[in-house]
Design a protein around this ligand. Sequence first.
Ligand SMILES: Cc1cc2nc3c(=O)[nH]c(=O)nc-3n(C[C@H](O)[C@H](O)[C@H](O)COP(=O)(O)O)c2cc1C
Length: 432
Amino acid sequence: MTKPFHLAWFLSQGYGPKSWRSQWPGSDLGRWMMPDIFVDLARGMERACMDYMIIEDSSMVPYTYKGSHDVYLKYAASTPKLDPAVLVSYLAQATSRLGLVPTLSTSEYPPYLMARLVNTLDHVTEGRIGWNCVTGSNDGAAENYGHVGQRPHDERYDVADEFADVVTRLWEAWEPDAVVLDREKPMFADGSKVHPINHAGKYFKVRGPLNAPRSPQGRVPICQAGGSPRGQDFASKWADTIITNAVTVEGMKTFREDVRRRAVTHGRDPDTIKVLFLAYPIVDTTMEAARDRRRLQQEDSGRHLDLQLSGMSRLTNIDFSKFPLDEPLPELSTNGHQSSLAKWIGKTPRSLAEGSNSRQGVDLVGTADQVAGLMQDIMQEVGGDGFLLFNAYFDRRYIMEVCDGLVPELQRRGLTRKAYAHKHFRDNLLEF
Ligand SMILES: Cc1cc2nc3c(=O)[nH]c(=O)nc-3n(C[C@H](O)[C@H](O)[C@H](O)COP(=O)(O)O)c2cc1C
């Protein structure tokens, strides 16, 4: 018997076009900017009692591949993207328990503005917000915010450290009982229970307090995906849920043990951090049908190598059009995603591009019963804490296959929850 695990969904490529290349009827070709399909996904996830949806984000039209934005625009790859915080409001209206986690970058937001936005969202969702805390990595994004390029890799995490400290103190600047609502006195809020933070650090200067009361969760759950040693250290200090793209069971186990060990050095109980592993399930009525779909996808990746290579370029600021397709990549260094690049060295660009799905997450292919069995085996081996499902080009059929096909099988085995025990996102995350 495996202990229950958590399920979340990574809306990779963010609030942008999803199923526009799908053959499935009803794909939202011209209406990608409307929240409809994301609302359907959120409802499906809530039927399946999943923990949370992360809305990925970045804020630039990339030009890293061949020094041009053409390939990115051709495939709608990483662009266009609308603002995740706006989408959250629509998803919140359509659901009542699902955790909602917009991505907000510490290189792009001033901390006060971010603290205020997240506090507001936590109020209006009655305690269902999380924060995907990213540092940013692409130079093009930095250039949209007045910088010449991104800061050095490790320093970005130093900035994020100070940023997280400031926003969490702003979220807690009003004591829980600061709002009195006494009409007779009158006293709306008790001034002695609202505290400026008077922060003057290396990167930020913020007086505070926040101009709104503490939200239902106060310090909202933080999600983080740093994979380098500095990134893992940051994540194990601040995150309530860590997401990663380890692809082998051994890699998953090592990663989880590593961040849990680091958490202890920060004085934290590692059981309060849920490590979720990216996984891309393809579920069909027979194994043959599921394998067929995976094969078609791989063939598609093989036909559109520039799509995959441009994605790798975006993450690392390295132009992968410059390397011969069939020669192993030499030693390279990046100021972008260091942990991803480390996994690619020595492999050929073609093999990385063709295997893009399995490069990004655990490959799960089969019937609902078979995929549920695989997930059970993996979790038993790794020790916890769950999976972060993703599919960059999902459509409505896919939502149903996962939420109404795969998850009921996991529930039948007692592996995932059948009902939410709590109202707040954090409490559900900590349920098991
Ligand atoms: C599952 C997952 C989701 C991520 N989501 C985002 C995102 O939405 N926006 C972003 O700028 N970076 C995102 N990242 C990048 C991470 O925040 C981080 O920069 C990356 O993993 C590289 O970390 P490292 O340089 O410490 O290895 C994501 C990474 C992973 C693995």
